[in-house]
Design a protein around this ligand. Sequence first.
Ligand code: IVH
Length: 670
Amino acid sequence: MNSPKVRADELRNLINRYAYEYYVQDNPSVTDGVYDSLIQELKAIEKAHPELITSESPTQRIAAEPLDKFAKVSHAKPMLSLEDVFSMVEVEAWVKRVDKLLPGSAPEFFCDIKMDGLACALIYQNGRLERAVTRGDGRIGEDVTQNVRTIASVPLVLRRPNEAADFSRGTTEVRGEIIMYKKDFAALNRHRQEQGLPVFANPRNLAAGTIRQLDPKLVASRPLRFRAYDLFREDDNTYPPTFLEAYQLLRDIGFAVNQVEAHRGLNGVKRFVAVWQDKRHELPFSTDGLVIKVNDRAQYERLGVVGKNPRGAVAYKFAAEKTTAKLRGIVISLGRTGAATPVAVFDPVQLAGTTVQHASLHNADEIAKKDIRLGDTVIIFKAGDIIPQVESVVKEMRPPGAKPFDFEGELKRQFPGLEFNRPKGEAVYRLRSRSGKLLLKKALTHFASRGALDIDKLGEKNVAALVDAGLVRDLADIYTLKTKQLLKLNRFAELSAANLLAGIQKAKRPELARFIYGLGIRHVGQRTAADLATRFGSLSKLANATLDAIEAVEGVGPVVAESVVAWFADLANRRLLEKFDSVGVRPKTARKPAGKLQGKAIAVTGTLKNMSREEAADQIRALGGVFQTGVGKNTDFLVAGQSAGSAKLSAAKRLRKPILDEAAFLEMIK
Ligand code: IVH
């Protein structure tokens, strides 16, 4: 029997080796179960023998206490950024500049993938992770060590593969990118969706947002990864002679790196660009381009820096993918700051791997400058591969009679009774502040009203007092009100304050339908809110539903559907939902009646002998199905009675949807 110390060391070595196989070599030799059981065994030993715990033990990645804030730290060498180029012609121009500065050197080019995450510097002291610092402004970053320690692919101790790569003395700095794999991002969002929580917009923002969390436990629960791209020794200022060798060394000492290549001359670089241009979506993480560097480190350093960019490297940005879409509407979204932001709503289209149905138009000037009109066919693209934007209008396809978009007229139509102005020199229309408070009072009164969250004692007068006193700035703020704050207002004494707070607490688990209604989405009344709740079941499913799926809900027309999509597209509203979540408001997931027609979307045409259309609709709903007024892509089948309308029949045939006669339908619902 080994001593606990020997066994603990053995376990740590095994765990580190398996983590290396998994994260760096991408070739695990044991299952997750084996790995977990080793961790459990080590934890048990450490529990019985706390004196054996070392800060580098794989069980010690999560610090105990959340921080108050991050400390600022200066970088030993500035963290630079890369100049962007967008074509091979620009790459050639860069190579010419390099040739001019290094005459006759015929440099080799190192080619890498540009990861879309956030840069981070890891500082190892005598081989042990001492500090992790964000890029910040390039000179000074934030100390995020506690958080970075939780990232399993960051070695806490550098490996020592051989004599040549012995970094167990002095200071070693490794730089790289913190990223989240697309599959991990999707799984995390799926999980949040199941819990009825709002989902995140994209992996990069999630990774960046996570690293700025003060509580390392939360960070540990998010599957971040680290991939290295640079290595140097702080004390003696040495580098491996080439980037290619640096990457080999990085791998040897424990870091995941990309598949890279070095080429003399531009042909190899062109091939690398062509290959990844094509295969970029196959990478496990998001990328927006490639990195091309002079491979020789001495040459690279000699080329120096212009501004914040090294002359020896460029980022080759992939062209954003584009597609056309038909503009269905422009919905104006009112942010919490009172800014009126126009949002374009399209028929859903596929763009760079996702379904897109809306894009921010920024402001009235942009609509005017691009001359975007309702019904136009527009070209959309994704900025940085993520956020859809309108590039231009295909004027040839403009429907006859389309008029320029009247922003002010539209503001009046969409927000009757509210006053907007456009501060001098600004492009954005804003609510006059009087209107802002007025709007919030209206919104909160509605939120607390009978049909919505039905919050006792939160009527118009109390709402007005809370808003005027500045205690409530958005709907979620009511959940953080304190007795002390209320007692400062004339309207409250001990008992009335306690009653109000109790009423608010009771409203933390509202029914989904009431909550949706309470949000005050334009055109969404109680009935529609109830239909949406039953159809989608959770807030996040509704938040991510496509325009078509929303419009397929009976009684929901294009105007309502657009309004719902636009509301959830607005970042300020997404933040409001996150805030509700963070203060503990969890709408109850609407339970759908589990019936024979669960989840089936059914349309009916013609006259039925045994029931009226309304009865058929009720039956379908009672069995968990969705009654549709038209046949569309997501229709499951059509029930055709006598003298069936030819439009629905031909649509069903065209879309190859099953058509049932009345007898077959009755059989089905029996
Ligand atoms: S090399 C001068 N390699 O892209 C910095 N950077 O503006 C040289 N990035 O902030 C960095 N993937 O965080 C390099 N394979 C890669 C990269 C990469 C992503 C980031 C890096 C930097 C930005 C360039």
